[in-house]
Ligand binder design. Structure first.
Ligand SMILES: [Cu+2]
Length: 328
């Protein structure tokens, strides 16, 4: 989809006559932008043991969030551990997680974290810390599923839209059945600000938000350029989270049927009595699901949100089965 991405926003820099640039509604791609960093979609293994000390270090940094043939789009994002999304944290049911949230003195803003997998008081663990401070957020994984975590510092919409979210996977009682391939995908939106600036809060705040990009794991079309590779006929599990901040996902993989889905605790099981299956999983912001399928033959299987206006805006990836060629 390179070159097909229309990006509205505000121009950076001045016009020909030295005055302030008129607001043309367009953020222009920067030919000098660094190439984006691929976010590895492979789901991590479950952490060993039953008590985990996890460092979450907040880093305010520049990130290329999308690219066209003409150049890249760089935003001054706010991150957990330097990436958008933050790290996937995968634990067993019943584990204790001791999150050490650190806001280095080099940062400019207060930040916080809210783990949806936890049951804690909002005005205790989730309070903001200033640059130079750290705090402990301890919680117990009482319920299985795919959960969101995010910064909740006001305005939370800006902190989430600017990159501060991630996925927690809590394994069900007895653990997951082994499969051949596991991936983790977080869908989210970018409301571009000028090049090198944070995202545009005004654009994100409208009642009918129109994101410039809708992405999987932080970067537009990255798995179109770098397909997720699987073996034909093997079982694939994908952990999916819609981090929003505001747009739903209708998660679909062209050419497959999900035979197993667990969405917000509700299960469709493989080989059920009626042989029911699932074509798309609807996720509102902050909802998560676990889906499983098998690719029937070598080839390419596009990963999309079936809200197709966003497929041309970055919400397009590929699962490649075998060599990707069904004809040989
Ligand atoms: Cu924050």
């Amino acid at each position: 989809m390179e070159g097909a991405i229309a990006v509205k926003g505000t121009t950076a820099g001045g016009g020909d006559h030295g005055g302030p640039a008129p607001d043309t509604g367009i953020v222009l791609p920067d030919p000098a932008a660094p190439k984006y960093k691929l976010y590895d979609a492979t789901a991590p293994k479950v952490l060993d043991g039953t008590t985990h000390d996890v460092d979450l270090v907040i880093e305010e940094k520049l990130m290329t969030v999308g690219q066209t043939k003409e150049g890249g789009f760089v935003q001054a994002v706010w991150t957990f551990n330097g990436s958008v999304p933050g790290p996937v944290i995968r634990v067993h049911l019943g584990d204790t997680i001791r999150v050490h949230l650190k806001n280095p003195a080099t940062n400019k803003l207060p930040h916080s974290v809210d783990f949806h997998a936890s049951q804690v008081a909002w005005n205790d663990e989730m309070t903001s810390i200033n640059p130079g401070q750290e705090k402990l957020y301890e919680w117990k994984a009482d319920y299985a599923g795919v959960w969101m975590y995010h910064c909740g510092t006001s305005p939370a919409l800006h902190h989430i839209a600017n990159g501060m979210y991630g996925m927690v996977i809590v394994e069900p009682k007895g653990g997951f059945e082994p499969v051949d391939h596991e991936f983790a995908l977080v869908q989210s939106e970018w409301y571009l600000g000028p090049q090198g600036e944070p995202v545009d809060l005004a654009k994100a705040s409208t009642g009918n938000p129109a994101p410039d990009f809708v992405v999987f794991n932080g970067v537009a079309n990255q798995y179109l350029d770098n397909p997720m590779k699987v073996e034909t006929g093997k079982r694939v599990r994908i952990f999916v989270l819609d981090a929003g901040p505001s747009i739903d996902s209708s998660f679909h993989i062209v050419g497959t049927i999900f035979d197993t889905v667990t969405k917000e605790g509700i299960q469709l099981t493989r080989n059920n009595a009626g042989q029911y299956g699932s074509q798309a999983v609807d996720l509102s912001p902050a909802q998560g699901a676990i889906i499983e399928f098998t690719t029937p033959e070598d080839g390419l299987y596009p990963v999309v949100t079936h809200a197709f206006n966003f497929v041309g805006r970055g919400a397009l990836g590929l699962v490649q089965a075998g060599d990707g060629d069904p004809l040989k």
